[in-house]
Design a protein around this ligand. Structure first.
Ligand code: GCW
Length: 678
């Protein structure tokens, strides 16, 4: 009650502020220029330019200091000035953005709007040296699992590239893989490399290095050789020459990202060589240039009885056999970016090999660019199992496209933001990041126009204390509930992965690409038996977790159907049967999604009309989709459970036969207009 009163008071203090059209193109960088500085070069030049353009306070001094890590910095108030000290120019740039963030978000009371110096004493060191985006962009401009339009690299305008670079640098991202891991050999043609050079030149002043995904068969398909065997001398020479060509064009080129022997992509196993043979050959030719190889562990073969077992089975025997400039890039979960998965057991099993995590920022399995799902809680959940210090780096599959607002959904910008902030510091809480992003993204213009500092501060508080923060924090769990609660996974429509199709199993499609492979619904129950008497996947986890997951009575309920074939009448902690609990979970998720609309309405005074309406439209899609998910899944699973929908919840309103016939006519490169439209 108290909170509601406070909230109302803040709302009144702030007053009703006029709204105007906003398209989201400025992301979270919403400062107005205060001057137009002269052009300077280099990363330090960028730091100076950003401050001269946007900083409204007193004098700032930028200082390099030996002994500090290149990207680390301090910001201190000293004798009437603010001094940013860093080990390298990139650190100065990050320090500059930090200062501007304080100004823009008005978070630090020590730096109110327009204040001179404040009382600053900040020290920041990035947790990971490598904070990298993976674009799944194709040469024809499509983006695999991209829901925000075409590739930004297709016809990049200098303005757009500059904004992209600023946005990344402002959250500490310092690397970007320009092309899809399903890489075409042409990615390494001289023409493509020239293009990559053009992009690298534009990103370099912002401390961002460029990387490329490569096709392992390039020596054959691009170079015309008879083989791509990594131990063949001519193949090695081909790669060495190619790498030399790249470094002549892009002297600070970062290295290669490789998807090999996975989903039909070529790899060393085609030549009876191992992942280590392939990765090490590339590492050796990159080494003299300080380049690295990020070798993906996303591998699985159709004949396996359990896809979740495979990365471990292929990579554990190679632990310790990789060169020191190879990092194994592992998706957070053992299957594929599902709304909830346990962590991939490779992370705790591999002891002698550098590893990095791959998160998916783009919402392939979480409602594309139609659902508001804030992903920081999912990534923080991962870090509650896998110690951040056990990893070398963090990669995120980008959700960026040429849509005006970059990410398709205004709130999807928060996931790009959260990824960068967590790669900088994985110990930040989801709430801290959400508040920071919200305070930078909404209400800026109104706040900055306020002459009275306390009114401005109150206005700011009203946004970061609004129910919107809770909405963001709850959104991932809500999505799990209305899509696939209690450990269910991969029951999506084939190909585009939008919407429910737990029944999808056309003849001829490999079993592990169909939902029944994962949910295994039958008259007894639902879920994949990965216990010691099933696929034994639990054995890949440390003993303690293995025991916990193996026993249906101790397995966390949010992973129950991941590890067990759960009988319909299994007693849950709530006292309900598993079937009843499942029904309630779906219904709870739907109710939450509907509630988001009510919460958003309360934000209208704080959000410009354009973004208010655009988000509202998307939230309506999300609520309708949640209903579609509940109805499709419950009615379909009911054909196996043969149990009634509990009386104390809303019942499905769609017909199963109609939902089963419904198709969305899109592929894997676009965002659907909306979900079920019958
Ligand atoms: O998540 C799946 C996607 C594929 C993707 C693959 C991968 C780039 O459905 O579109 O391909 O994973 O990560 O390699």
């Amino acid at each position: 009650m108290k909170r509601i009163i406070l909230w109302t008071l803040l709302l009144l203090t702030a007053g009703w502020v006029g709204t105007y059209a906003e398209d989201g193109s400025r992301l979270w960088l919403r400062m107005d220029a205060v001057s137009t500085p002269a052009k300077v070069t280099g990363v330090k030049g960028t730091a100076l330019t950003e401050l001269q353009t946007y900083w409204q306070g007193g004098p700032v001094v930028l200082k390099r200091q030996k002994g500090l890590k290149a990207d680390a910095y301090t910001i201190k108030s000293q004798g009437g000035k603010i001094v940013i000290t860093a080990g390298g120019d990139a650190g100065l740039l990050y320090g500059a953005y930090h200062l501007l963030r304080l100004q823009q978000s008005g978070q630090a009371t020590s730096v109110p709007v327009g204040s001179a110096v404040g009382n600053l004493d900040i020290t920041e060191t990035p947790f990971y040296d490598l904070r990298i985006l993976n674009h799944w962009d194709n040469p024809n401009g499509t983006v695999e699992r991209g829901f925000a339009g075409k590739s930004i690299f297709l016809n990049p305008t200098p303005e757009r590239m500059k904004m992209y670079a600023r946005a990344n640098a402002s959250i500490g991202i310092n690397g970007t893989v320009l092309n899809n891991v399903n890489a075409k050999p042409e990615a390494l043609s001289t023409e493509s490399l020239q293009k990559a050079k053009g992009i690298a030149d534009q990103l370099r002043p912002y401390g961002i290095r460029v990387y490329l995904a490569i096709n392992f068969a390039s020596p054959m398909r691009l170079g015309g050789l008879k083989t791509a065997d990594p131990l063949d001398a001519e193949v090695v020479k081909w790669w060495r020459d190619k790498v030399n060509e790249i470094y002549r064009l892009i002297p600070d080129f970062g290295g290669f990202l490789v998807k090999a022997n996975s989903e039909g992509e070529p790899g060393p196993q085609d030549f009876q060589r191992s992942h280590a043979d392939g990765a090490n050959m590339l590492a050796d030719v990159l080494k003299p240039h300080n380049g690295i190889v990020m070798w993906r562990a996303f591998v699985y073969a159709p004949q396996s009885p359990d896809r979740a077992n495979q990365a471990y089975l292929e990579f554990m025997p190679l632990d310790g056999q990789f060169r020191d400039n190879v990092i194994i890039q592992i998706k957070n979960g053992p299957v594929d970016f599902q709304p909830r998965e346990p962590y991939s057991p490779l992370f705790t099993a591999m002891q002698k090999t550098p590893m990095m995590v791959e998160f998916q920022i783009t919402q392939e399995y979480l409602g594309a660019a139609n659902h508001l799902v804030y992903l920081a809680p999912m990534w923080r959940e991962f870090f509650s199992f896998v110690k951040p210090a056990s990893l070398r780096a963090m990669a995120g599959v980008a959700n960026i496209g040429d849509d005006t607002n970059w990410c398709g959904h205004h709130f999807a910008q928060s996931n790009w933001y959260a990824f960068g902030r967590l790669a900088w510091n994985p110990n930040l809480t989801s709430e801290e990041i959400a508040k920071e992003w919200l305070s930078m993204t909404f209400g800026q213009d109104e706040r900055l126009k306020m002459k009275d500092e306390s009114a401005a501060a109150n206005y700011q508080l009203s946004i970061i204390n609004s129910p919107l923060v809770k909405l963001m924090l709850d959104s991932r769990e809500a999505c799990v509930s209305y899509m696939m609660p209690l450990g269910i996974h991969h029951i999506f429509a084939g190909t585009h992965h939008y919407g429910p199709e737990p029944w999808y199993a056309p003849r001829g499609v490999r079993a592990d690409w169909t939902p029944p492979y994962y949910h295994k619904a039958d008259s007894i129950g639902l879920g994949f038996d990965r216990t010691l008497s099933g696929s034994a996947n639990v054995k890949q986890y440390p003993d303690e977790l293995c025991r916990l997951y193996n026993d249906i009575n101790t397995c966390p309920e949010n992973l129950l159907a991941w590890f067990h074939h759960v009988p319909w009448d299994h007693k849950m902690k709530s006292g309900r049967t598993f079937w009843d609990e499942l029904c309630h979970k779906y219904d709870d998720g739907l109710r939450q999604a509907r509630h988001f609309l009510a919460v958003w309405d309360t934000m209208q005074p704080y959000v410009d009309q354009q973004r208010f309406e655009e988000v509202q439209r998307k939230l309506r899609i999300q609520a309708r989709d949640a209903e579609w998910w509940r109805d499709a899944c419950l009615l379909y699973f009911q054909t196996f459970s043969k149990r009634p929908i509990p009386q104390d919840m809303d019942h499905p309103v769609h017909n199963l036969d109609e939902m089963m016939k419904f198709r969305i006519p899109i592929g894997m490169y676009e965002n659907p207009e909306c979900g079920y439209t019958k």
